[in-house]
Each structure stands twice: as C-alpha cells, then as structure tokens.
Ligand binder design. Structure first.
Ligand code: BYC
Ligand code: FE
Ligand code: FE
Length: 474
C-alpha cells in the first residue's frame, strides 16, 4: 500500500495499469495547477513551507514532514486499505457485497453527491486565498497552507472518482470544479457557506471549527457508502480532516485565552476597553459563533428530505458511524424528532426516520460542536471572568429548511421583522465588528512571535519548537 512517488500523480490505486485513466488525469493536472496559481494562496509560489505529505495510508506512514513549495506539493490519489469481503451495512442492499463499480441505476445520484462534496474543497481554498498576507504567526501560516494543500488533495480525490467511474460526464464535471468559483455571481459554488467570504483570521478559525466539521460528518456518512471506492477515499480524507478542526478549535481557544488574560489584568469585561487593549471581546466572538454555526447548519439540507431517504435506502450514503448503530439499518418503522414551525411556535415532532436523516446528522453535528464549546468555556471558567459562550438555537439565522422564512432569536424565540431588526446587531457580526477585526490583522512574520490578540499554541508542529521557521520566504 505504499504510494508511488516516482509517478507524475502519486497514487496507491495502481494508476500506471490504466493508461487511459492516467492520461485523462494527467491532462486535468495542468488545469488544476493553473487554478492553484490563479485562485490558490495568493503570492506564495516561492514560499518554502514545512508541510506534511502522505507517503502511505498506514496509520504510521501518512505523516512525513519537510519543506515544500506549494506548487510542487505532490497532490495524489490515496484510498484507505480495502476491507476484505466488505458487505453493505444498510438500506435495501444490506448484506450484499459492496460495489466496486457504480450500478447504472444510481449513477446520476452518486455523481451528484461526489460533485457536491468535491465542489466544497477548492471553494474553501478560494475563500482563504488572501489570509497569508495577515498571519498572526508563522506557525498559523503554515497550518493555513497545510489545510489548503489538503483541501486541494480532497478535490483530487473526488476528481479521481469522477474520471475513473463516470466516463465523459465525469470528466466534464471535473472541469466544472475549476470553473465555478466561491462568491462568483454567475458561477457560484454549489452550497451556500462556500460562497461566503473568509475575510480575516477570526472567520477562518470559525470556518475550520464549524464548516470543516460539516466535512467530518458528511465524509463519515459517505465513508459508509456501498460504493467502495467512495467509502475508502472518504476514510482517508477523514484522517486529514481531524487536523483542520484542530486548527479551528485551538485557534479560537488561543483567542479566548488571550482575551481572558487581558480581562483579568484590566479587571473588566467591557468590550470597548478590551478592544482598546487590542483583544477580541467575548461578545464579538459570540456573534461570530452565531454566524458560522448557523451557516454551517444549513449545509445539512432540509429537515425532511426525500433525497436523503433515497441515498440511504439505495445505499449511497449512510448515517454517522452506521455500523456502530444498533438497529435494523433500514429504518422502515423508526421515527426521529424533527423541529419545525407549528402555528408560529417551534416544536419537535416525531417524523419517519428515513425522511429525517439530514436532521439526524445535524443532531450529531450539534452535539460535537457543543463538546468543542464546552472546552472553550473551561478556559473562560478557569479565569473566572466573562460570560460563557453558547450555540444559538438551531432555528436562528437559517436559509435552508423549515426556518428559512422565519426570524428566530439566538434563544429560540420567534420574532417579528422589526424585533429582528432591533436585535440583529447584537446577534450577528456587524460592519464595525469586521472593521475592528480587520484592524488587528497585522502580519507577524518573525519566527516565534505572535499577534497580540491570541496566545501562543501549546506546542509546535511535529516536535519542532515554536521558534521554528515554519515558512521560509525566499
Ligand atoms: N446550499 O433534500 P435536500 C466539506 C439544496 S463540507 C444550497 O435537503 P439533500 C468541506 C439541495 O441540493 C461537506 N443548496 O437536499 C468543509 C436540493 O436541491 P434540489 C460537503 C442546498 O440532497 C470545509 C434542495 O436544496 N459535503 O467537505 O438531502 C472546507 C433540497 O434539499 C443546501 C456534502 O455536502 C445548501 N446549504 O441534502 C472544505 C456531502 N442544502 O434537489 C470542505 C454531499 C440543500 O432541489 N452532499 N440544498 O435541486 C449531500 O449529501 C447533500 O447534497 C446535502 C443536501 C446534505 C448537501
Ligand atoms: Fe476537505
Ligand atoms: Fe477540511
């Protein structure tokens, strides 16, 4: 299962044995590199970055560290090891052997899932392309670039599936991945959150905490797929995803740590005084949580979804940790509580579990977000200062699903338009918030130094000290 790095496209799928596929991917490769050059991290072509590159998919072999110029990064195709005699765990085909090829009748649905997944990966790179100019430290800059090259590799993972299993339409979809662009009014990315701007590092840390976490839950569901190549691809992607969420969680935690230290020094929680001291007050952080969380909740789709039911019964997409769930894995009679609006009030109601699969995955996601917030709140508690951070109500600020047309407060109260207008500046980041955060974004490029609005990380990368030169500008 070692990866062959002598090939133009490193891979562990014996690409050399399939000349047609190899040639097709090799002709997509320059398009990808041109896209990276135009819309990837801005002005970084000559930087040498201390990056991790996968050299095998074994648990001890996929993390190999060294300096790399990003355009020379070896983006490749790596699938997790096959599981012997894997059978389908759920849906109508439960117990049958997993598919090594795409069943004709599910072709277009499967393609659509792969395209939707793939589209998010380059979108996030586009969203983050200007951040390198204003990094809070070299450590953080390197982590940004690590995430960017891995999201690029995740695009490769989906493009491989499209080329290998979907013939001509697959190749066309692969081209389209580089033609839609985040925020482009004519050709936007497919899902809402991936057309939002990531204007500064606070948004970026929130994005990697909340939006990459949607990636974790979606990939985990696709890792259950009956289509074995998709399942194996997603399993390997999940190993990389853990680092993206680590960056988000520890990034926000370091901001909180620094703010709490200054709160104690100044004996105040007054946002204006804290801003005067150059840190991010907790009320501002709460507004950013409200925004990124609600936008990410939308990524799970409608509460009641016949698409999701079909994906499940046909075996294309499972539930989170499907094989660890103790039930019939068919959901013929099961129910699941779903929130909706009944006569102007938000109520939870038992619905057919099969239709509620998006909501169920959202519930798993919400619980995971809450665990992260609990860890952030421990920092606040340990300083005995300030209000704890909270997740807003799931109906707050939604654009997709049952609450898309309803104004709801972070606490879950249904509001009139004028009540919303009155409250919104307390609930979502304002123009002033963004301007203040933008004013903090001064690049810190000396090894070991750190911007004043966040505390240093607990440790360096791969055993290196914090003073290590994680990025060399030449
Ligand atoms: N924005 O029946 P429904 C990641 C559409 S993140 C716009 O609920 P379904 C990453 C929907 O397409 C993980 N449109 O849909 C993170 C449908 O359209 P049609 C990404 C939306 O299919 C950070 C209609 O509304 N992976 O990897 O059950 C950095 C009806 O909705 C949205 C995936 O998403 C939206 N938010 O659920 C880098 C996995 N939501 O049919 C990377 C693959 C819904 O009316 N995708 N719509 O034209 C899926 O599993 C499903 O497509 C969804 C939607 C869960 C997204
Ligand atoms: Fe990804
Ligand atoms: Fe990610």
């Amino acid at each position: 299962m070692a990866i062959d790095y002598s090939e133009r496209i490193p891979n562990n799928v014996t690409l050399a044995d399939n000349r047609r596929l190899q040639r097709a991917l090799e002709s997509w490769q320059p398009h990808y590199l041109r896209w990276w050059d135009e819309l990837g991290p801005e002005g970084t072509q000559a930087y040498e970055v201390y990056l991790r590159t996968a050299i095998s998919v074994e648990s001890d072999g996929w993390a190999n560290f060294g300096y790399v110029k990003m355009p020379d990064y070896r983006w490749g195709i790596f699938l997790a090891k096959p599981q012997d005699n894997r059978t389908i765990a759920f849906g109508d085909h439960q117990g049958e052997p997993a598919w090594q090829d795409v069943p004709g009748e599910y072709r277009s649905q499967l393609r659509r899932l792969i395209v939707t997944q793939g589209d998010t990966e380059p979108a996030s790179v586009e969203q983050q392309r200007h951040l390198g100019r204003t990094c809070p430290s070299l450590y953080d800059l390197r982590n940004l670039f690590q995430i960017n090259v891995e999201e690029g590799r995740h695009l490769w993972a989906m493009v491989y599936l499209l080329h290998a299993y979907f013939g001509r339409d697959g190749r066309e979809e692969a081209e389209m991945m580089l033609e839609r662009h985040s925020g482009d009014p004519d050709r936007p990315r497919i899902l809402g959150a991936f057309n939002e701007a990531t204007p500064h590092w606070l948004s970026y840390f929130m994005f990697t905490f909340f939006t990459d976490r949607d990636g974790k839950y979606q990939l985990a569901s696709l890792a259950e797929s009956s289509f074995d190549p998709l399942a194996r691809t997603c399993q390997f992607m999940l190993t990389e995803e853990a680092h993206h969420m680590f960056v988000g969680e520890t990034g926000i935690m370091r901001i909180i740590q620094r703010t709490c230290e200054v709160m104690r020094e100044l004996r105040t929680d007054d946002p204006e005084r804290l801003r005067g001291a150059g840190v991010i007050d907790l009320t501002t952080l709460q507004r950013f949580i409200n925004f990124h969380y609600s936008v990410s909740l939308d990524l799970f789709g409608q509460e009641r979804s016949t698409n999701a039911a079909t994906y499940f019964t046909t075996g294309l997409k499972g539930r989170y940790h499907e094989t660890r769930i103790d039930d019939d894995h068919r959901l013929t009679d099961a129910t699941w509580p779903v929130y909706g609006l009944v006569n102007g009030v938000i109520v939870g109601d038992e619905q057919p579990a099969l239709l509620a699969l998006n909501e169920r995955l959202r519930d798993d996601y919400i619980a995971d977000c809450q665990r992260g917030l609990d860890r952030w709140n421990k920092v606040i508690e340990s300083h005995r200062m300030g209000e704890l951070l909270q997740l807003p109500h799931r109906a707050f600020n939604r654009r997709i699903g049952a609450f898309a047309e309803t104004r709801v407060s972070p606490g879950g109260a249904v509001l009139s338009e004028s009540e919303w207008e009155q409250g919104v500046a307390n609930w979502l980041p304002t123009r002033e918030d963004h301007a203040y955060i933008a004013s903090l974004m001064q690049p810190v490029l000396e090894p070991g130094e750190m911007a004043g609005w966040m505390s240093p990380p607990a440790r360096g990368i791969h055993g290196q000290p914090l003073e290590f030169r994680y990025v060399k500008f030449s």
